[in-house]
Design a protein around this ligand. Structure first.
Ligand code: NAD
Length: 435
């Protein structure tokens, strides 16, 4: 059985439990647990040839809005762990994330089981363009049906390749507002200022607010260990020490190859120069080398898994020494580990609340792309007003989760999933007339 199967069973059991306590009908439970899976084959140009076939997945989970007016939304990833089951679980998480932040999208996720490090840029572009073509042909990639975004192994450049291919092919399809088929695009290609680091920024706003309202840590100077140094992890590391906004101290960071630790704090200007050049932290002088496993067990104030799923599990949850855990990676903490950490009195801000900043900002990008022409928009002005709204949304998410968890004496994770499913349920009742 793959990792993905195991997580999917847990996820369905969690939804079932929440449906029971809400007293939903069987139809609602079925809608929440029956995703639509699109599996296609592509033949990109690899090593100059179009010989290999790659399976690609896109999963639509429940959309409590009307697909065709409000699309499904979710990341598209390139990582060897991609399986159909994992994509389903992550699509389910997207539905919840949108619901908890009041973003009018249904959940989606997709990807290809490849390690992008094994391919050249030209090959990755070919993989992305073939994906765009196949999902465009199926009527899936569409600004009002499904808008893709960056995720593990993909970034703003990948999103640009995808959008550009769709735009190229659009004579045939005549899609309206074609810029909105993907979000997370570079700002100069119809992207939105602030989207690139939105997941990290949102996570830090949520963390700061939780500390303020729960008094679990002093409001200034908490130490952070961050697993992952991609879009989410690296932006978190850079923004965390901003004295006016956050005032945290990052003492450890890792990527897939290794990690570094310095109890006095890490200097990310020199670290990122090193990392960009060597593609690893190994050999960096002003810190001690540690493994990914060691990073998770450091005695820090806040531990932030920001890499991939299944990092804090029943195997290491008893040994975690952080005071708070913030799950920025989707499914970074397994259900069993959530339960262990809750029993041990360690609050875990779950992914559906902690990392919803990415989709909140994606909504802004999608909405602007569907609205006035981008060149007529005053970017700095838009950015200022979106930024303020963004911070309010993120704070509102964690305040409502924290207050309900206190009232019910539930973990933050159980509470966030309950609130999310409850919000979806209310909308589905209106949509279908189910109980
Ligand atoms: P990324 O590909 O940019 O970075 C992933 C990082 O994790 C890299 O530094 C990589 O070296 C590291 N990594 C990979 N495998 C690892 C392993 N086995 N052990 C330790 N480190 C490992 O991806 P990202 O966009 O930063 O996404 C990270 C997480 O955040 C994912 O779970 C993703 O779904 C979630 N997320 C991302 C966004 C977004 O906007 N990019 C939004 C919401 C949630």
């Amino acid at each position: 059985m793959s990792n993905g199967d195991f997580v999917l069973k847990e996820k369905i059991a969690q939804i079932g439990k929440i449906c029971n306590s809400l007293g939903t009908s069987e139809e609602i439970f079925l809608e929440l647990t029956t995703p639509r899976v699109f599996k296609e084959k592509i033949r990109p140009i690899i090593k100059g040839k179009k010989s290999l076939i790659y399976p690609v997945w896109r999963v639509w989970h429940c959309n409590p809005y009307s697909t065709g007016a409000d699309p499904h939304k979710g990341g598209f990833r390139y990582h060897p762990n991609v399986t159909e089951e994992l994509m389903i679980v992550l699509a389910m998480g997207m539905t919840e994330k949108c619901a908890i932040a009041d973003v009018e999208f249904g959940g989606a996720k997709g990807g290809i089981a490849i390690n992008p490090a094994d391919y050249t840029k030209t090959e990755l572009r070919s993989i992305t363009e073939e994906t765009a073509k196949v999902f465009l042909k199926r009527g899936i990639l569409h600004p009002d049906r499904d808008s893709f975004g960056p995720d593990v192994g993909t970034n703003s450049e990948t999103m640009y390749w995808m959008y550009n291919k769709v735009a190229d092919e659009n004579d045939k399809y005549q899609l309206p507002n074609v810029t909105a088929v993907v979000t997370g695009k570079p700002v100069e290609h119809h992207g939105c200022p602030g989207r690139e680091n939105a997941t990290a920024r949102g996570g830090l706003i949520v963390l700061k607010e939780l500390i303020k309202i729960s008094h679990c840590l002093p409001e200034k100077g908490a130490t952070l260990a961050i697993q992952g140094f991609g879009n989410v992890g690296a932006h978190t590391a850079f923004l965390a020490s901003d004295l006016t906004q956050f005032n945290f101290k990052v003492v450890a960071v890792s990527d897939v190859t290794s990690g570094i630790f310095n109890k006095n704090g890490l200097d990310f200007t020199s670290i990122s120069t090193w990392h960009e050049k060597h593609k690893t932290f190994r050999g960096y002088k002003n810190a001690e080398e540690i493994s990914n496993e060691d990073l998770l067990l450091l005695p820090v104030d806040v531990l932030i898994p920001a890499a991939i799923e299944n990092q804090i599990t029943s195997k290491n949850a008893e040994k975690i020494r952080a005071i708070v855990v913030e799950e920025l990676a989707n499914e970074g903490v397994t259900q069993e580990a959530h339960n262990i950490l809750h029993r041990r009195g360690i609050p875990v801000i779950p992914g559906v609340a902690a990392n919803s900043g990415g989709v909140v900002m994606s909504f802004e990008e999608w909405a602007i792309n569907r609205g006035p022409r981008w060149h007529e928009v005053d970017l700095p002005k838009i950015y200022d007003s979106i930024e303020q709204k963004f911070a309010e949304i993120m704070r509102r998410v964690i305040i409502k989760v924290f207050e309900k968890s206190q009232k019910e004496n539930w973990s933050l994770s159980d509470t966030a999933h309950f609130l999310a499913i409850e919000a979806v349920y209310k909308k589905l009742k209106q949509k279908h007339g189910y109980k």
